[in-house]
Unconditional design. Structure first.
Lengths: 287, 313
């Protein structure tokens, strides 16, 4: 990337920001959704106490999940839907006829996603802190790193996924399938460890589960990748059982413990780039 | 000198459908060429290959000596493209879009100059989504020329223009051609082709069927012209003077239509005859064969595709 590409990325980014903020409804909904979800789910599950036998309150577990969902929505869903919209309007075709480098065009869109995600994360953390006494990130560096890496990977996923969306009318519906399915099986709402084995295997193949647990390593300071089987002795109201309990991680260990997650995300990134290179369309299909 | 555009043996197929069936032409730098043809003739396919949007199935295509698909940004810095149809990022204003486009090019024209040139000076702070059809088209043109292109591709640029907007657009484009820009114009309007082009190429059913200057194409120069007038009261067909050979006279009641190869001689004979007898030839006019007549005659010869059958344009 040379100087002029960087300069063009920066100026395109300012345009993307103008476009984003001028589309009031979309901007409002982008930030309202995570707020509503955090409040709603925290209220619903407030009484549930801690996750499993750990000392992680359910609300904190869920706030980390909501951060992941916000990221997925601002990158994957947002980019896939808006790119297909611009493709059908022949905006992309027009851009393609200019000397604007493809890297600057997409780079600017990814930077725009960074802004949206940062604001959403700030809202979720603040809201959780004030209303539900959830913690701030325990390992800020690990937390920031996985957010940035996650944005890049899932933005690329959105760009690649446009290849499977026939037109802008079907955009939101086609996006919902992976968007919702992956959320349900990847441990946003319920601890991943309590899922049936089959769903776990499926979730392990896709990148969201890895993103969420790496976010939790940064945010909660627990390593959900390497849980330990712990026998819970019988007590009042429950029989003896075994549970998968995460170990706590701190500082750089939160990053190294997430090594597999970064590896899986890297592999998916390469897959998304190669799909985008081969299958990305700059204009709507001839009718 | 490297030609501005060079096309050799160009073929393009979509599945079984052969949209372009082996065409050749060259456009010299500074030349203004109009590319005409009925719907489905392969015009837009050809133009979009020149613009780098599609790969040829076979044959070679060069714009400014470069392959449009392989050269990428290197070529797109030097050409301007006004597509037949393209959208804007709708929330941006006229001014913002022109400014954004200026950043793509090394030596852009001043934004103000371009906005005034296309007549959008009163609309500069209006968002693209609120422009009328004609205004959007003028903004298309503004974005096409803002980079000072060496070659400008215009695909039906004045569709939806009112007559005065069309005239200003023509003056603007003609001015750029006078400054040395190469123009490759696709259009359905024959008056537009006549006004802007030095040379006309006609394509039908994927093949070139005619080529020449607007005056000469399809033998227009040597084609017979028509003289029309109303036969004066009291005069009969037998009173008409002896006309040059190769002239036919047709009557419709008192309306006379004389088709003559030697148009000047026939006109002279008729006006001389009228003066001598102090006759007023009401509605007297001399018509050359129009470009439209020529065009319709040419594409009429090329079979069913001339009617505009299905397929990519």
């Amino acid at each position: 990337m040379n100087d002029s590409t960087l300069a063009l990325t920066a100026s395109q980014f300012r345009l993307e920001q103008k476009l984003f903020w001028r589309n009031r409804q979309s901007a409002v909904f982008n930030f309202a959704l995570p707020i509503v979800f955090v409040v709603l789910f925290s209220l619903l599950f407030q009484g549930n106490g801690n996750v499993g036998s750990s000392d992680v309150p359910y609300t904190a577990y869920f706030v980390a999940g909501m951060i992941g969902v916000s990221l997925l929505s601002a990158t994957f869903a947002n980019l896939a839907i808006s790119l297909v919209f611009q493709r059908d309007l022949l905006v992309l075709k027009r851009m393609r006829g200019t000397p604007l480098p493809v890297s600057a065009l997409f780079g600017a869109k990814i930077l725009n996603s960074v802004v949206i995600v940062v604001i959403q994360v700030a809202i979720i953390l603040t809201l959780g802190r004030i209303a539900f006494n959830t913690p701030l990130p325990r390992n800020p560096l690990a937390f920031a790193l996985i957010i940035v890496v996650g944005i890049v990977v899932f933005a690329m996923a959105g760009i690649a996924f446009t290849a499977f969306i026939p037109n802008s009318d079907s955009g939101p519906a086609v996006v919902q399938l992976p968007f919702l399915t992956l959320q349900f099986i990847s441990g946003v709402f319920f601890p991943f460890t309590s899922e049936p084995g089959f769903l776990k295997t499926v979730a392990n193949v896709f990148p969201l589960r890895w993103l969420l647990d790496a976010i939790r390593a940064g945010y909660l300071g627990f390593d959900y990748f390497h849980t330990k089987r712990v026998v819970i002795p019988a007590g009042v109201g429950h029989a003896a059982s075994t549970q998968q309990v995460p170990a706590s991680v701190h500082g750089l260990h939160a990053i190294t413990a997430s090594g597999e997650a970064y590896l899986v995300l890297a592999v998916w990134f390469v897959i998304f780039v190669s799909i985008a290179r081969r299958r990305f369309r700059w204009e709507k299909r001839a009718s | 000198m490297t030609p501005a555009i060079s096309v050799r043996g160009l073929h393009k197929s979509y599945g079984d459908y052969e949209a372009v069936r082996g065409i050749d032409f060259t456009v010299e730098p500074g030349e203004a060429v109009a590319f005409l043809g009925p719907n489905g003739a392969g015009k837009t396919t050809t133009v979009e290959i020149l613009e780098g949007y599609r790969e040829p199935s076979s044959g070679t295509v060069e714009v400014l000596g470069l392959s449009p698909t392989a050269a990428g940004a290197q070529l797109r810095r030097r050409v301007g493209i006004v597509l037949q149809e393209a959208g804007f990022p709708e929330e941006l204003t006229v001014e913002e879009l022109v400014e954004a486009w200026r950043r793509f090019y090394a030596r852009p024209r001043p934004a103000d100059e371009v906005i005034v040139a296309v007549g959008l000076e009163d609309r500069r702070r209006v968002r693209a989504k609120n422009l009328s059809g004609g205004e959007s088209r003028r903004l298309d043109l503004a974005l096409g020329i803002v980079g000072q292109p060496e070659v400008l591709f215009l695909d039906e640029p004045t569709t939806g223009f009112d007559p005065s907007a069309r005239r200003s657009a023509w003056e603007l484009i003609d001015g750029l051609v006078q400054e040395g820009m190469t123009l490759f114009l696709t259009t359905h309007y024959l008056d537009e082709a006549q006004r802007l082009a030095d040379r006309i190429l006609i394509i039908a059913a994927g093949q070139m069927v005619a080529e020449g200057s607007p005056e000469e194409i399809g033998g227009r120069e040597s084609a017979p012209g028509t003289i029309r007038f109303t036969l004066p009261p009291g005069a009969t067909a037998a009173d008409l003077p002896q006309l040059p050979p190769d002239t036919t006279v047709q009557y419709d009641e008192d309306q006379v239509a004389i088709t003559a190869h030697q148009l000047v001689a026939a006109t002279h004979t008729l006006t001389g005859w009228a003066l001598e007898r102090s006759l007023d030839l009401v509605g007297f006019r001399v018509e050359r064969r129009t470009l439209e007549d020529t065009y319709l005659a040419i594409i009429g010869d090329t079979g069913p595709a001339a009617g505009g059958v299905a397929g990519a344009g």
